[in-house]
Design a protein around this ligand. Structure first.
Ligand SMILES: N[C@@H](CCC(=O)NCCCC(=O)O)C(=O)O
Length: 251
């Protein structure tokens, strides 16, 4: 399969350091796009207008929404802000809401990871729960602090994949082992989403967009970290790349 020339839009997170405001993306996502999907990532700064986004989306073959320690602002899903919802990145919220809406309208392949998976639910009208580990019967999905990134991203718990669903077509219907670095999760599932995987405590671990024209998948875990070495993680990136090639070739 020829992935040459694939361009994938990746939203920038806004960060302040070294006296500058940066629009940045962690390399783990970019590495997976380059090394496994064979694509060229294009970081979109969170200051581009909708017209500018249209120009970007005219040229790219897919959109990858990354994870981030920041949370979707609760006012976006009708909840009152509190310290338990922080930290925020309102510029990224605006960017990803538009990217999701515009990508789905065009049938542009969309892979949404962790914060991205949560953004997809909110963009389609769903809501999020915060500090989920405090809920009755819920597991602790937060990252285990460790100096080694490999330990922080270790595969930690199984998820049950929905039989006959879009994710099952990619990774198979048997449970898969995933990592976990989040303290929020989908609360009210958007009507437009189908559940593709569940954790043992009922956390919605993967979704797809019902009736989407193209590939449109959200996962609460981080396949990018193990995309080079873990079969299900790799399969997700390969399926995304394949959908991006199909989109490019049909353009
Ligand atoms: N902030 C949200 C989304 C979690 C997420 O995207 N985590 C990635 C950060 C990885 C790290 O800690 O290095 C939540 O907490 O639910």
């Amino acid at each position: 399969m020829d992935s040459r020339g694939l361009l994938i839009a990746v939203p920038g997170d806004v960060r302040e350091f070294e006296n500058y405001r940066w629009h940045a993306s962690p390399s783990t996502y970019l590495d997976a796009l380059v090394e496994v999907a064979g694509a060229v990532p294009v970081i979109v700064p969170a200051l581009v207008s909708e017209t500018g986004l249209g120009t970007v989306l005219d040229r790219v073959d897919g959109v990858l929404l990354t994870g981030s320690v920041s949370n979707v602002h609760p006012e976006r899903y009708g909840a009152a802000p509190s310290p338990a919802h922080e930290p925020y990145d309102p510029a990224r919220d605006r960017l990803t809401e538009a990217l999701i809406r515009m990508a789905l309208a065009r049938g542009l392949p969309l892979l949404a990871i962790c914060r991205g998976h949560q953004e997809l639910n909110v963009a389609l009208g769903g809501s999020l729960a915060t500090e989920i580990q405090e809920g009755e019967g819920r597991m602790d999905h937060r990252v285990r602090p460790h100096p080694e990134q490999g330990e922080r991203f270790a595969l930690r718990h199984p998820v049950a994949v929905t039989e006959g669903g879009a994710l099952a077509q990619i990774v198979g219907a048997a449970p898969i082992q995933v990592n976990s670095l989040h303290r929020q999760a989908i609360d009210r599932l958007a009507e437009g989403l189908a559940v593709e995987a569940l954790a043992e405590d009922g956390t919605v671990e993967a979704v797809s967009v019902k009736g989407a024209e193209g590939f449109a998948l959200g996962v609460q875990w981080h396949p990018e970290y193990w995309a080079a070495s873990d079969a299900p993680s790799r399969a997700i990136f390969e399926a995304f790349a394949s959908a991006c090639r199909t989109y490019r070739d049909a353009r």
